[in-house]
Design a protein around this ligand. Structure first.
Ligand code: ADP
Ligand code: MG
Length: 352
């Protein structure tokens, strides 16, 4: 065990967290250090509460990347949930369990620094948490509190027949990045020479995979876009389980169905390369891969002008439409043939 960690102990580590959590919003009355955090209730707003866990061995492997990226991701995936409601993130609580035997002080500091980096980016104040030793890997559980005016919440249940269906960014990047990491093609890895055959992994292919790995390790929550879509989107969700599952969630909550056009799915270039390398279906990676943290939303009017103004660099693609009917979304292939749109990853069923 890192002797400096042993010397710090639980309360020393909490002191370190307190030291590193420098972003402090004016609404923070008592942050880390009391029995509970105290914050000013945002006047006239609804509170949004969300939590997401990252478990070693389930969501990540330590060998895939540094803990700084992991700290960033732990906060980013929660910010994504607040973004998907059209809200603004405010306060975070961090549940942290780490195996003291396998963690160095530098790693712990990197984790906290990554988290603080995202906190500062998105205006989040870390106001508390809990710290334990873990006997089975690193666990990060972030709870995030956000706010939004009552009339401007973007829920999953607002889609109506006739609305169009849209997604930001590109899909399948995170799943492709994960597949690459599982093959050992990490950021710093020596890539096997036989992968470099022309047509398999030229320079462009390599950079597409690196971009996919970045998407997987450090997803970017679409906070600005989420807030900008208040007023034009009718329903919204962030793509955490894969678009196929998330379309189903929108349909079920709204009591409508959807037709998704396979041809319109914006596929991440890394997914194209990884599909070729692994023999997997590229559309499957894009539709069922998960963890892209893009926004999937419905709209009654064209959302592009609003997004072009608020997030000019963010791509947005119309991928389908909402229809009256039972919530069993359909996928339309290029020839016009339709098939059921089957869902993606399920943690408890362990299907992918
Ligand atoms: P208690 O025993 O009363 O729950 P703790 O000793 O667990 O208090 O925590 C002391 C203070 O440190 C509290 O303000 C708590 O919110 C904060 N804290 C503990 N662990 C973390 C963490 N991982 N991240 C942020 N704050 C933390
Ligand atoms: Mg405690």
């Amino acid at each position: 065990m890192d002797p400096r960690l042993a010397a710090l102990g639980e309360f020393g580590v909490i002191g370190l967290i307190r030291q590193q959590a420098v972003h402090r919003s004016p609404g923070t009355i008592r942050g880390i250090g009391d029995d509970a955090a105290v914050v000013a209730a945002p006047e006239g707003k609804r509170l949004l509460l969300t939590t997401d866990m990252l478990l070693e061995g389930v969501h990540f492997q330590r060998r895939w990347g540094g803990l700084r990226d992991l700290g960033r991701k732990a906060l980013a995936v929660n910010v994504s949930d607040i973004a998907a409601m059209g809200g603004r993130p405010l306060y975070a609580l961090l549940g942290l369990a780490f195996p003291p035997e396998g963690t160095t002080l530098e790693e712990l500091k990197a984790l906290l620094a990554g988290m603080e980096e995202e906190a500062a980016t998105y205006g989040v104040t870390l106001v508390g948490g809990d710290t334990c030793g873990s006997q089975s890997g690193l666990v990060l559980s972030v709870t995030l509190v956000g706010a939004a005016p009552p009339g401007s919440l973007l829920v999953r249940s607002g889609a109506k027949p006739g609305d169009t269906l849209w997604v930001t960014g590109m899909l399948g990047g995170s799943a492709a990045g994960l597949a690459a990491l599982e093959m050992g093609l990490g950021p710093a890895a020596e890539w096997p020479a036989d992968l470099r055959r022309p047509g398999w992994l030229d320079v462009e292919g390599e950079s597409a995979i690196q971009a996919a790995i970045r998407t997987h390790l450090t997803p970017v929550p679409r906070l600005v876009a989420g807030q900008a879509l208040v007023g034009s989107a009718t329903a919204m969700i962030d793509v955490s389980d894969g678009v196929a599952s998330d379309v189903l969630h929108l349909c079920e909550e709204s009591g409508v169905t959807a037709r998704v056009a396979a041809e319109q799915i914006p596929i991440h270039p890394g997914a194209v390369v990884m599909a070729r390398l692994t023999g997997r279906d590229v559309l499957d990676l894009a539709l069922r891969g998960g963890e892209d943290y893009e926004l999937l939303f419905t709209a009654a009017t064209d959302p592009r002008p609003v997004l072009a103004e608020a997030a000019p660099d963010l791509r947005v693609t119309r991928i389908g439409e909402m229809l009256a009917g039972l919530p069993l979304p359909r996928l339309m292939q290029s020839g016009g043939r339709e098939e059921p749109l089957i869902g993606g990853f399920d943690h408890l069923r362990r299907t992918a």
